[in-house]
Ligand binder design. Structure first.
Ligand SMILES: Cc1cc2nc3c(=O)[nH]c(=O)nc-3n(C[C@H](O)[C@H](O)[C@H](O)COP(=O)(O)OP(=O)(O)OC[C@H]3O[C@@H](n4cnc5c(N)ncnc54)[C@H](O)[C@@H]3O)c2cc1C
Length: 467
Protein backbone atom coordinates (compact mmCIF):
# COMPACT_ATOMS: atom_id res chain seq x y z
CA UNK A 1 0.00 0.00 0.00
CA UNK A 2 1.32 3.48 -0.87
CA UNK A 3 1.56 5.80 2.16
CA UNK A 4 0.94 9.58 2.25
CA UNK A 5 4.70 10.28 2.56
CA UNK A 6 5.42 8.07 -0.46
CA UNK A 7 2.79 9.99 -2.44
CA UNK A 8 4.50 13.32 -1.73
CA UNK A 9 8.06 12.22 -2.60
CA UNK A 10 6.93 10.15 -5.55
CA UNK A 11 4.98 13.13 -6.88
CA UNK A 12 8.08 15.32 -6.59
CA UNK A 13 10.15 12.62 -8.27
CA UNK A 14 7.73 12.12 -11.18
CA UNK A 15 7.48 15.89 -11.71
CA UNK A 16 11.11 16.11 -12.90
CA UNK A 17 11.15 13.02 -15.11
CA UNK A 18 9.64 12.00 -18.45
CA UNK A 19 6.75 9.57 -17.95
CA UNK A 20 8.59 6.75 -19.71
CA UNK A 21 11.56 7.03 -17.31
CA UNK A 22 9.47 5.66 -14.47
CA UNK A 23 8.22 2.10 -13.85
CA UNK A 24 5.73 1.57 -11.04
CA UNK A 25 3.88 -1.65 -11.83
CA UNK A 26 4.42 -4.61 -9.51
CA UNK A 27 6.03 -6.80 -12.19
CA UNK A 28 8.71 -4.21 -13.05
CA UNK A 29 9.40 -3.51 -9.39
CA UNK A 30 9.87 -7.22 -8.79
CA UNK A 31 12.05 -7.61 -11.89
CA UNK A 32 14.45 -4.89 -10.72
CA UNK A 33 14.53 -6.01 -7.07
CA UNK A 34 17.68 -8.15 -7.08
CA UNK A 35 20.93 -9.08 -8.74
CA UNK A 36 22.18 -12.62 -9.52
CA UNK A 37 23.25 -13.69 -5.98
CA UNK A 38 20.92 -16.41 -4.64
CA UNK A 39 21.65 -16.01 -0.89
CA UNK A 40 21.19 -12.26 -0.35
CA UNK A 41 17.88 -10.81 0.83
CA UNK A 42 16.13 -8.24 -1.38
CA UNK A 43 13.32 -5.77 -0.64
CA UNK A 44 10.60 -4.32 -2.84
CA UNK A 45 11.40 -0.98 -4.48
CA UNK A 46 8.71 1.73 -4.42
CA UNK A 47 9.65 2.82 -7.93
CA UNK A 48 12.17 2.12 -10.69
CA UNK A 49 13.69 5.07 -12.55
CA UNK A 50 15.54 4.70 -15.85
CA UNK A 51 17.09 8.10 -16.58
CA UNK A 52 18.66 9.03 -19.91
CA UNK A 53 20.45 12.23 -18.83
CA UNK A 54 22.75 13.40 -16.05
CA UNK A 55 20.19 16.10 -15.14
CA UNK A 56 17.60 13.36 -14.52
CA UNK A 57 20.00 11.48 -12.23
CA UNK A 58 20.62 14.74 -10.35
CA UNK A 59 16.88 15.26 -9.99
CA UNK A 60 16.50 11.74 -8.54
CA UNK A 61 19.28 12.31 -6.00
CA UNK A 62 18.07 15.79 -5.02
CA UNK A 63 14.57 14.45 -4.42
CA UNK A 64 15.82 11.40 -2.52
CA UNK A 65 18.06 13.65 -0.41
CA UNK A 66 15.22 16.08 0.39
CA UNK A 67 12.83 13.30 1.45
CA UNK A 68 15.39 10.86 2.92
CA UNK A 69 14.53 8.04 0.49
CA UNK A 70 17.12 5.28 -0.13
CA UNK A 71 18.47 4.95 -3.68
CA UNK A 72 19.92 1.73 -5.13
CA UNK A 73 21.97 2.30 -8.31
CA UNK A 74 21.85 -0.60 -10.74
CA UNK A 75 23.56 -1.72 -13.91
CA UNK A 76 22.56 -5.02 -15.52
CA UNK A 77 22.09 -6.85 -12.16
CA UNK A 78 24.60 -9.56 -13.06
CA UNK A 79 26.39 -8.86 -9.74
CA UNK A 80 26.97 -11.86 -7.49
CA UNK A 81 27.06 -10.26 -4.03
CA UNK A 82 23.57 -8.75 -3.61
CA UNK A 83 25.12 -5.28 -4.05
CA UNK A 84 22.35 -4.14 -6.42
CA UNK A 85 19.49 -5.58 -4.34
CA UNK A 86 16.61 -3.23 -3.56
CA UNK A 87 15.57 -2.09 -0.09
CA UNK A 88 11.89 -1.96 0.79
CA UNK A 89 10.46 1.37 -0.39
CA UNK A 90 13.63 2.49 -2.18
CA UNK A 91 14.16 4.14 -5.56
CA UNK A 92 15.92 1.74 -7.93
CA UNK A 93 18.05 3.90 -10.20
CA UNK A 94 18.83 1.81 -13.26
CA UNK A 95 21.53 3.30 -15.49
CA UNK A 96 20.80 0.93 -18.38
CA UNK A 97 19.46 3.62 -20.72
CA UNK A 98 22.53 5.85 -20.29
CA UNK A 99 24.50 3.68 -22.69
CA UNK A 100 26.17 6.00 -25.18
CA UNK A 101 29.80 6.22 -26.18
CA UNK A 102 30.59 9.92 -25.97
CA UNK A 103 34.06 9.91 -27.55
CA UNK A 104 36.71 7.49 -28.82
CA UNK A 105 40.11 9.16 -28.88
CA UNK A 106 42.71 6.93 -30.63
CA UNK A 107 45.41 9.63 -30.31
CA UNK A 108 45.20 9.47 -26.52
CA UNK A 109 44.04 5.83 -26.46
CA UNK A 110 40.94 6.48 -24.41
CA UNK A 111 37.17 6.25 -24.52
CA UNK A 112 34.58 8.41 -22.75
CA UNK A 113 31.25 6.70 -22.16
CA UNK A 114 28.07 6.59 -20.14
CA UNK A 115 27.77 3.91 -17.42
CA UNK A 116 24.99 1.78 -18.90
CA UNK A 117 26.88 0.59 -21.98
CA UNK A 118 27.67 -3.12 -21.85
CA UNK A 119 31.26 -4.28 -21.64
CA UNK A 120 30.75 -6.09 -24.97
CA UNK A 121 29.34 -3.03 -26.80
CA UNK A 122 32.22 -0.86 -25.58
CA UNK A 123 34.83 -3.47 -26.51
CA UNK A 124 33.30 -3.92 -30.00
CA UNK A 125 33.16 -0.16 -30.60
CA UNK A 126 36.80 0.52 -29.67
CA UNK A 127 38.00 -2.52 -31.66
CA UNK A 128 36.86 -0.76 -34.84
CA UNK A 129 39.52 1.85 -34.02
CA UNK A 130 42.23 -0.78 -33.48
CA UNK A 131 41.89 -0.50 -29.71
CA UNK A 132 41.29 -2.96 -26.89
CA UNK A 133 39.51 -2.66 -23.51
CA UNK A 134 41.02 -5.57 -21.53
CA UNK A 135 38.70 -6.18 -18.52
CA UNK A 136 36.68 -9.22 -19.72
CA UNK A 137 34.27 -10.61 -17.12
CA UNK A 138 32.51 -13.77 -18.28
CA UNK A 139 29.27 -11.72 -18.13
CA UNK A 140 30.66 -9.35 -20.80
CA UNK A 141 27.60 -9.53 -23.07
CA UNK A 142 25.28 -8.10 -20.43
CA UNK A 143 27.19 -6.43 -17.57
CA UNK A 144 27.63 -2.65 -17.74
CA UNK A 145 30.75 -0.54 -17.54
CA UNK A 146 29.18 1.31 -14.56
CA UNK A 147 28.73 -2.03 -12.78
CA UNK A 148 32.28 -3.11 -13.72
CA UNK A 149 33.69 0.09 -12.21
CA UNK A 150 31.44 0.08 -9.14
CA UNK A 151 32.48 -3.50 -8.34
CA UNK A 152 36.04 -3.48 -9.68
CA UNK A 153 35.42 -6.38 -12.06
CA UNK A 154 38.08 -8.73 -13.39
CA UNK A 155 38.13 -11.54 -15.92
CA UNK A 156 40.24 -14.02 -17.83
CA UNK A 157 42.94 -11.80 -19.32
CA UNK A 158 43.48 -9.75 -16.13
CA UNK A 159 46.49 -11.93 -15.29
CA UNK A 160 48.36 -10.09 -18.04
CA UNK A 161 46.42 -6.88 -18.55
CA UNK A 162 45.13 -5.98 -15.09
CA UNK A 163 41.63 -5.35 -13.75
CA UNK A 164 39.02 -2.61 -14.30
CA UNK A 165 40.70 -0.29 -11.79
CA UNK A 166 43.81 -0.20 -14.00
CA UNK A 167 41.80 1.34 -16.86
CA UNK A 168 39.72 3.97 -15.06
CA UNK A 169 41.27 7.40 -15.66
CA UNK A 170 38.38 9.65 -14.74
CA UNK A 171 34.77 9.61 -13.61
CA UNK A 172 31.84 11.96 -13.23
CA UNK A 173 29.55 11.10 -10.31
CA UNK A 174 26.31 12.48 -8.95
CA UNK A 175 26.64 12.70 -5.19
CA UNK A 176 24.02 11.84 -2.56
CA UNK A 177 22.70 15.44 -2.49
CA UNK A 178 22.58 15.76 -6.29
CA UNK A 179 25.84 17.69 -6.80
CA UNK A 180 27.92 16.71 -9.81
CA UNK A 181 31.54 15.76 -9.13
CA UNK A 182 34.03 15.26 -11.98
CA UNK A 183 37.25 13.52 -10.89
CA UNK A 184 40.37 12.11 -12.43
CA UNK A 185 42.09 12.97 -15.67
CA UNK A 186 42.47 12.38 -19.39
CA UNK A 187 46.28 12.44 -19.22
CA UNK A 188 48.49 9.37 -18.97
CA UNK A 189 49.98 10.61 -15.70
CA UNK A 190 48.42 12.75 -12.97
CA UNK A 191 48.78 12.93 -9.18
CA UNK A 192 46.82 16.05 -8.29
CA UNK A 193 45.16 15.56 -4.90
CA UNK A 194 43.71 12.44 -3.30
CA UNK A 195 42.75 9.75 -5.80
CA UNK A 196 38.96 9.95 -5.47
CA UNK A 197 38.54 8.28 -8.86
CA UNK A 198 39.90 5.02 -7.52
CA UNK A 199 37.99 5.43 -4.27
CA UNK A 200 34.88 5.10 -6.46
CA UNK A 201 36.22 1.93 -8.10
CA UNK A 202 34.74 -0.89 -6.01
CA UNK A 203 32.50 1.49 -3.99
CA UNK A 204 29.40 -0.51 -5.07
CA UNK A 205 27.08 2.48 -5.44
CA UNK A 206 27.57 3.58 -1.83
CA UNK A 207 29.46 6.85 -2.47
CA UNK A 208 27.77 8.28 -5.57
CA UNK A 209 26.20 7.45 -8.92
CA UNK A 210 28.69 7.14 -11.77
CA UNK A 211 27.27 8.93 -14.82
CA UNK A 212 30.36 9.11 -17.04
CA UNK A 213 33.72 7.33 -17.29
CA UNK A 214 37.01 7.98 -19.08
CA UNK A 215 38.75 4.66 -19.70
CA UNK A 216 42.27 3.93 -20.91
CA UNK A 217 42.66 1.56 -23.87
CA UNK A 218 45.43 -0.57 -25.34
CA UNK A 219 46.33 -1.36 -28.93
CA UNK A 220 44.43 -4.36 -30.19
CA UNK A 221 46.23 -7.51 -29.08
CA UNK A 222 48.01 -9.89 -31.43
CA UNK A 223 46.49 -13.32 -32.21
CA UNK A 224 46.85 -15.77 -29.35
CA UNK A 225 47.46 -19.50 -29.03
CA UNK A 226 46.38 -21.77 -26.18
CA UNK A 227 47.34 -25.07 -24.55
CA UNK A 228 45.78 -27.43 -22.06
CA UNK A 229 47.45 -29.68 -19.48
CA UNK A 230 45.85 -32.24 -17.19
CA UNK A 231 47.29 -33.30 -13.82
CA UNK A 232 46.80 -36.20 -11.40
CA UNK A 233 46.66 -33.91 -8.36
CA UNK A 234 45.87 -30.27 -7.57
CA UNK A 235 49.34 -30.06 -6.01
CA UNK A 236 50.98 -30.90 -9.35
CA UNK A 237 48.88 -28.23 -11.11
CA UNK A 238 49.80 -25.74 -8.37
CA UNK A 239 53.47 -26.61 -8.89
CA UNK A 240 53.10 -25.97 -12.65
CA UNK A 241 51.52 -22.54 -11.97
CA UNK A 242 54.34 -21.64 -9.58
CA UNK A 243 56.96 -22.65 -12.20
CA UNK A 244 55.22 -20.68 -14.99
CA UNK A 245 55.17 -17.52 -12.86
CA UNK A 246 58.69 -18.01 -11.46
CA UNK A 247 60.12 -18.43 -14.99
CA UNK A 248 58.79 -14.96 -15.86
CA UNK A 249 56.04 -15.97 -18.28
CA UNK A 250 53.08 -13.60 -18.57
CA UNK A 251 50.27 -15.56 -20.24
CA UNK A 252 47.10 -13.72 -21.27
CA UNK A 253 45.02 -16.37 -19.49
CA UNK A 254 46.02 -18.96 -16.89
CA UNK A 255 42.90 -20.81 -15.85
CA UNK A 256 42.49 -23.76 -13.52
CA UNK A 257 39.70 -26.34 -13.43
CA UNK A 258 39.44 -28.73 -10.46
CA UNK A 259 38.60 -32.45 -10.58
CA UNK A 260 34.83 -31.90 -10.49
CA UNK A 261 34.77 -29.36 -13.32
CA UNK A 262 37.32 -31.35 -15.38
CA UNK A 263 35.10 -34.45 -15.06
CA UNK A 264 31.94 -32.52 -15.88
CA UNK A 265 33.48 -31.05 -19.06
CA UNK A 266 34.94 -34.47 -20.02
CA UNK A 267 31.44 -35.94 -19.64
CA UNK A 268 30.13 -33.34 -22.08
CA UNK A 269 32.54 -34.90 -24.58
CA UNK A 270 35.40 -32.40 -24.80
CA UNK A 271 38.18 -34.41 -26.51
CA UNK A 272 41.11 -32.92 -24.57
CA UNK A 273 39.80 -33.68 -21.08
CA UNK A 274 40.10 -37.07 -19.48
CA UNK A 275 38.14 -38.59 -16.60
CA UNK A 276 41.36 -39.37 -14.67
CA UNK A 277 42.36 -35.69 -14.39
CA UNK A 278 42.26 -34.15 -10.92
CA UNK A 279 43.09 -30.69 -12.26
CA UNK A 280 43.32 -29.01 -15.66
CA UNK A 281 45.30 -25.93 -16.61
CA UNK A 282 44.43 -23.79 -19.62
CA UNK A 283 47.09 -21.34 -20.75
CA UNK A 284 46.74 -18.69 -23.46
CA UNK A 285 49.62 -16.54 -24.73
CA UNK A 286 49.35 -13.50 -26.99
CA UNK A 287 52.96 -12.24 -27.03
CA UNK A 288 55.22 -11.82 -30.07
CA UNK A 289 55.88 -15.57 -30.38
CA UNK A 290 53.05 -17.42 -28.63
CA UNK A 291 54.02 -20.83 -30.09
CA UNK A 292 57.50 -20.59 -28.62
CA UNK A 293 56.24 -19.35 -25.26
CA UNK A 294 53.66 -22.15 -25.07
CA UNK A 295 56.33 -24.74 -25.91
CA UNK A 296 58.33 -23.54 -22.94
CA UNK A 297 55.25 -23.52 -20.65
CA UNK A 298 54.33 -27.04 -21.85
CA UNK A 299 57.81 -28.17 -20.76
CA UNK A 300 57.25 -26.68 -17.31
CA UNK A 301 53.89 -28.46 -17.02
CA UNK A 302 55.50 -31.80 -17.99
CA UNK A 303 58.25 -31.15 -15.44
CA UNK A 304 55.57 -30.61 -12.77
CA UNK A 305 54.05 -34.03 -13.62
CA UNK A 306 51.33 -33.27 -16.19
CA UNK A 307 49.46 -36.39 -17.34
CA UNK A 308 48.74 -34.99 -20.79
CA UNK A 309 49.67 -31.75 -22.58
CA UNK A 310 47.94 -30.48 -25.73
CA UNK A 311 49.45 -27.41 -27.41
CA UNK A 312 47.27 -25.84 -30.12
CA UNK A 313 49.01 -25.65 -33.50
CA UNK A 314 46.63 -23.09 -34.97
CA UNK A 315 43.70 -20.82 -34.20
CA UNK A 316 41.11 -23.59 -34.67
CA UNK A 317 42.79 -25.85 -32.09
CA UNK A 318 43.27 -22.89 -29.83
CA UNK A 319 39.53 -22.23 -29.94
CA UNK A 320 38.89 -25.85 -28.97
CA UNK A 321 41.25 -25.53 -25.96
CA UNK A 322 39.49 -22.39 -24.73
CA UNK A 323 36.14 -24.07 -25.33
CA UNK A 324 36.97 -26.41 -22.41
CA UNK A 325 36.87 -23.45 -20.03
CA UNK A 326 33.71 -22.05 -21.62
CA UNK A 327 32.00 -25.43 -21.22
CA UNK A 328 32.31 -25.38 -17.42
CA UNK A 329 29.02 -23.51 -16.96
CA UNK A 330 27.00 -25.67 -19.42
CA UNK A 331 28.59 -28.77 -17.82
CA UNK A 332 27.44 -27.65 -14.40
CA UNK A 333 23.99 -26.88 -15.76
CA UNK A 334 23.89 -30.43 -17.15
CA UNK A 335 24.84 -31.79 -13.69
CA UNK A 336 22.21 -29.58 -12.05
CA UNK A 337 19.54 -30.82 -14.47
CA UNK A 338 20.06 -34.32 -13.02
CA UNK A 339 19.51 -33.10 -9.45
CA UNK A 340 16.13 -33.16 -7.70
CA UNK A 341 14.13 -30.03 -6.76
CA UNK A 342 15.15 -26.54 -7.89
CA UNK A 343 18.95 -26.71 -8.37
CA UNK A 344 20.70 -23.36 -8.04
CA UNK A 345 24.32 -22.53 -8.73
CA UNK A 346 26.06 -20.19 -6.38
CA UNK A 347 29.36 -18.82 -7.71
CA UNK A 348 31.86 -18.02 -4.95
CA UNK A 349 34.84 -15.68 -5.34
CA UNK A 350 37.89 -15.95 -3.09
CA UNK A 351 41.50 -15.03 -3.87
CA UNK A 352 44.55 -16.57 -2.22
CA UNK A 353 48.28 -16.06 -2.77
CA UNK A 354 49.11 -18.00 -5.95
CA UNK A 355 51.39 -20.39 -4.08
CA UNK A 356 48.43 -21.42 -1.87
CA UNK A 357 46.16 -22.46 -4.75
CA UNK A 358 46.77 -26.21 -4.42
CA UNK A 359 46.03 -26.44 -0.67
CA UNK A 360 42.99 -24.22 -1.21
CA UNK A 361 41.62 -26.55 -3.89
CA UNK A 362 42.19 -29.57 -1.67
CA UNK A 363 40.39 -27.84 1.22
CA UNK A 364 37.42 -26.97 -1.01
CA UNK A 365 37.20 -30.64 -2.03
CA UNK A 366 37.14 -31.65 1.67
CA UNK A 367 34.43 -29.04 2.35
CA UNK A 368 32.32 -30.48 -0.51
CA UNK A 369 32.67 -33.93 1.03
CA UNK A 370 31.91 -32.75 4.56
CA UNK A 371 28.74 -30.89 3.55
CA UNK A 372 27.71 -33.50 0.93
CA UNK A 373 27.55 -30.91 -1.84
CA UNK A 374 28.41 -30.66 -5.52
CA UNK A 375 31.14 -27.99 -5.65
CA UNK A 376 33.02 -27.39 -8.86
CA UNK A 377 35.97 -25.02 -8.73
CA UNK A 378 37.34 -23.02 -11.63
CA UNK A 379 39.29 -19.85 -11.52
CA UNK A 380 41.83 -17.40 -12.67
CA UNK A 381 44.85 -19.32 -11.37
CA UNK A 382 47.27 -16.67 -12.56
CA UNK A 383 45.63 -14.24 -10.10
CA UNK A 384 45.07 -16.82 -7.33
CA UNK A 385 41.35 -16.04 -7.77
CA UNK A 386 39.09 -19.10 -7.57
CA UNK A 387 35.34 -19.47 -8.14
CA UNK A 388 34.10 -22.53 -6.27
CA UNK A 389 30.52 -23.03 -7.48
CA UNK A 390 28.08 -24.74 -5.17
CA UNK A 391 25.10 -26.41 -6.85
CA UNK A 392 22.26 -27.13 -4.42
CA UNK A 393 18.50 -27.60 -4.27
CA UNK A 394 17.02 -24.25 -3.27
CA UNK A 395 13.76 -25.91 -2.22
CA UNK A 396 15.47 -28.22 0.25
CA UNK A 397 16.04 -26.30 3.55
CA UNK A 398 18.70 -28.79 4.61
CA UNK A 399 20.64 -28.42 1.32
CA UNK A 400 20.26 -24.62 1.53
CA UNK A 401 21.74 -24.63 5.05
CA UNK A 402 24.60 -26.95 4.01
CA UNK A 403 25.35 -24.67 1.03
CA UNK A 404 25.51 -21.62 3.30
CA UNK A 405 27.74 -23.45 5.79
CA UNK A 406 30.02 -24.62 2.98
CA UNK A 407 30.21 -21.07 1.66
CA UNK A 408 31.29 -19.86 5.12
CA UNK A 409 33.84 -22.66 5.40
CA UNK A 410 35.35 -21.76 1.99
CA UNK A 411 35.66 -18.11 2.99
CA UNK A 412 37.29 -19.04 6.32
CA UNK A 413 39.74 -21.35 4.52
CA UNK A 414 40.66 -18.57 2.04
CA UNK A 415 41.32 -16.06 4.85
CA UNK A 416 43.34 -18.60 6.83
CA UNK A 417 45.60 -19.06 3.79
CA UNK A 418 46.30 -15.31 3.70
CA UNK A 419 43.68 -14.59 1.05
CA UNK A 420 40.82 -12.16 0.61
CA UNK A 421 37.05 -12.72 0.72
CA UNK A 422 36.57 -11.35 -2.79
CA UNK A 423 38.87 -11.03 -5.77
CA UNK A 424 36.40 -9.41 -8.18
CA UNK A 425 32.71 -9.85 -7.27
CA UNK A 426 32.61 -7.36 -4.41
CA UNK A 427 31.12 -7.37 -0.90
CA UNK A 428 27.48 -6.28 -1.32
CA UNK A 429 25.24 -7.77 1.35
CA UNK A 430 26.64 -11.25 0.98
CA UNK A 431 30.10 -10.62 2.41
CA UNK A 432 29.43 -7.67 4.71
CA UNK A 433 30.01 -9.75 7.83
CA UNK A 434 33.10 -11.31 6.33
CA UNK A 435 34.52 -7.86 5.51
CA UNK A 436 34.60 -7.17 9.25
CA UNK A 437 36.62 -10.33 9.71
CA UNK A 438 39.09 -9.43 6.98
CA UNK A 439 39.71 -5.74 7.70
CA UNK A 440 41.71 -4.31 10.53
CA UNK A 441 39.40 -2.33 12.94
CA UNK A 442 41.18 0.99 12.25
CA UNK A 443 40.83 0.44 8.50
CA UNK A 444 37.12 -0.33 8.98
CA UNK A 445 36.63 2.83 11.05
CA UNK A 446 38.25 4.93 8.29
CA UNK A 447 36.02 3.29 5.67
CA UNK A 448 32.92 4.16 7.72
CA UNK A 449 34.20 7.75 8.00
CA UNK A 450 34.57 7.99 4.20
CA UNK A 451 31.01 6.73 3.74
CA UNK A 452 29.73 9.42 6.16
CA UNK A 453 31.51 12.21 4.25
CA UNK A 454 30.00 11.18 0.90
CA UNK A 455 26.60 10.13 2.19
CA UNK A 456 25.90 11.76 5.58
CA UNK A 457 22.24 10.70 5.70
CA UNK A 458 22.93 7.16 4.47
CA UNK A 459 20.58 7.11 1.46
CA UNK A 460 23.02 5.67 -1.10
CA UNK A 461 22.71 1.88 -1.42
CA UNK A 462 22.25 1.48 2.36
CA UNK A 463 23.43 -1.70 4.03
CA UNK A 464 25.83 -2.64 1.24
CA UNK A 465 29.56 -3.20 1.90
CA UNK A 466 29.41 -1.61 5.39
CA UNK A 467 26.49 -1.76 7.83
C1 LIG B 1 27.50 -15.66 -15.51
C2 LIG B 1 28.26 -14.60 -14.78
C3 LIG B 1 29.63 -14.51 -14.96
C4 LIG B 1 30.37 -13.51 -14.31
N1 LIG B 1 31.71 -13.44 -14.52
C5 LIG B 1 32.43 -12.49 -13.91
C6 LIG B 1 33.85 -12.40 -14.12
O1 LIG B 1 34.45 -13.17 -14.86
N2 LIG B 1 34.52 -11.42 -13.48
C7 LIG B 1 33.87 -10.54 -12.64
O2 LIG B 1 34.53 -9.66 -12.09
N3 LIG B 1 32.55 -10.60 -12.42
C8 LIG B 1 31.81 -11.55 -13.02
N4 LIG B 1 30.45 -11.62 -12.79
C9 LIG B 1 29.82 -10.69 -11.85
C10 LIG B 1 29.20 -9.42 -12.50
O3 LIG B 1 28.93 -9.62 -13.87
C11 LIG B 1 30.12 -8.21 -12.31
O4 LIG B 1 30.22 -7.91 -10.93
C12 LIG B 1 29.67 -6.94 -13.04
O5 LIG B 1 30.67 -5.97 -12.89
C13 LIG B 1 28.35 -6.37 -12.55
O6 LIG B 1 27.91 -5.40 -13.50
P1 LIG B 1 26.36 -5.01 -13.60
O7 LIG B 1 26.21 -4.00 -14.67
O8 LIG B 1 25.53 -6.23 -13.75
O9 LIG B 1 26.12 -4.34 -12.19
P2 LIG B 1 24.99 -4.60 -11.10
O10 LIG B 1 25.00 -6.03 -10.69
O11 LIG B 1 23.70 -4.04 -11.54
O12 LIG B 1 25.55 -3.71 -9.90
C14 LIG B 1 26.73 -4.05 -9.24
C15 LIG B 1 27.09 -2.95 -8.24
O13 LIG B 1 27.43 -1.76 -8.95
C16 LIG B 1 26.62 -0.67 -8.52
N5 LIG B 1 26.41 0.16 -9.71
C17 LIG B 1 26.02 -0.24 -10.95
N6 LIG B 1 26.02 0.80 -11.78
C18 LIG B 1 26.43 1.88 -11.07
C19 LIG B 1 26.64 3.26 -11.37
N7 LIG B 1 26.45 3.74 -12.60
N8 LIG B 1 27.04 4.08 -10.39
C20 LIG B 1 27.26 3.62 -9.14
N9 LIG B 1 27.07 2.34 -8.79
C21 LIG B 1 26.67 1.48 -9.75
C22 LIG B 1 25.38 -1.30 -7.93
O14 LIG B 1 24.79 -0.46 -6.96
C23 LIG B 1 25.98 -2.54 -7.30
O15 LIG B 1 26.54 -2.19 -6.07
C24 LIG B 1 29.70 -12.61 -13.43
C25 LIG B 1 28.32 -12.70 -13.26
C26 LIG B 1 27.60 -13.68 -13.91
C27 LIG B 1 26.11 -13.74 -13.70
Amino acid sequence: MTTQTEVSWMGALRAGLPADAVLEDAASRAAYSRDSAPFSPAGEPAIVVLPTTVAEVQHVMRTAHAFGVPVVPQGARTGLAGAANADDGCIVLSLLRMNRILEIDPGNRLVRCEPGITNRALSDAVREHGLFFPPDPASTDTCTIGGNIAVGAGGLCCVKYGVTADYVLGLVAVLADGRLMPMGRTTVKGVAGYDLTHLFVGSEGTLGVIVEAVLALRPIRPPSLAMLATFGTATAAGEAIARIIAEGHVPSALELMDKTSSHAVAELGHPMLSADASATLIVECDGNDPANELASIAGLCRGAGALQVTVAADQAESKSVLEARRLVLPAMQAQAARMPGRPTAFIEDVAVPRTKLAPFIDQIASIAEKYRLYISTVGHAGDGNLHPTVVFDKDDPDAFKRAQDAYDAIMAAGLALGGTITGEHGVGILKRDWLRRELDPVNLEMQRGIKRIFDPTGILNPGKVLE
